[in-house]
Design a protein around this ligand. Sequence first.
Ligand code: HQG
Length: 182
Amino acid sequence: MNSRLAQISREVSYALRHAPQEYGLKLDGKGFVPVEALLGALNARHPARRAVVREDLEEIIAISDKKRHEIVGDRIRALYGHSVRDKIERVPSAPPEALYHGTSHKALESILDGGLLPMGRQMVHLSADVEMAEQVGRRRDGHPVILQVDASAAHSDGLEFFEGNDRVWLAANIPAQYLSVL
Ligand code: HQG
């Protein structure tokens, strides 16, 4: 992805996950805003940048290594990562047997003590495969710790899981009893 699209992608994530009000946007219950409103806000903030158009957003979604956003009709939303105060409405679904979470050695003791907590976001983020967990963990530690989540046991015990995209799963928290270090 070229640097213009990468920069736009980061800004779209920021606006739709964390700071819609900074952009004069209001997320609906599922996190959507009108595409036209987002484009207007992005372009108003960067008058010197070539105007972002809907096709740019479609290209970002098509070529990104991770599916972070989706466009449905004339609306767009972030699929995960939110920190906005109002909880995004999601429908729970049955998780795969195992999920993974990549994190830093520094955080490990606290996680094994108190479980995985959402920290600054609405939800704990889990990866569908080890490779993705490693990629997530490397943001914080060159040799991240990979935790395996016994998602089927947690789910049978009543914990709810939500699909962010095909490789990212979400949960309100994961008690330590379901975690093991790989
Ligand atoms: C840690 C990116 C201490 C947790 C990524 C993580 C992901 C604890 C950090 C998505 C803890 C939170 C989310 C506890 C959890 N004590 N530390 N009890 N419980 N933590 O960024 O999962 O590229 O909010 O291990 O790739 O790292 O932006 O979560 O290290 O998919 O699309 O607290 O964001 O996606 O950090 O990343 P984050 P995350 P994008």
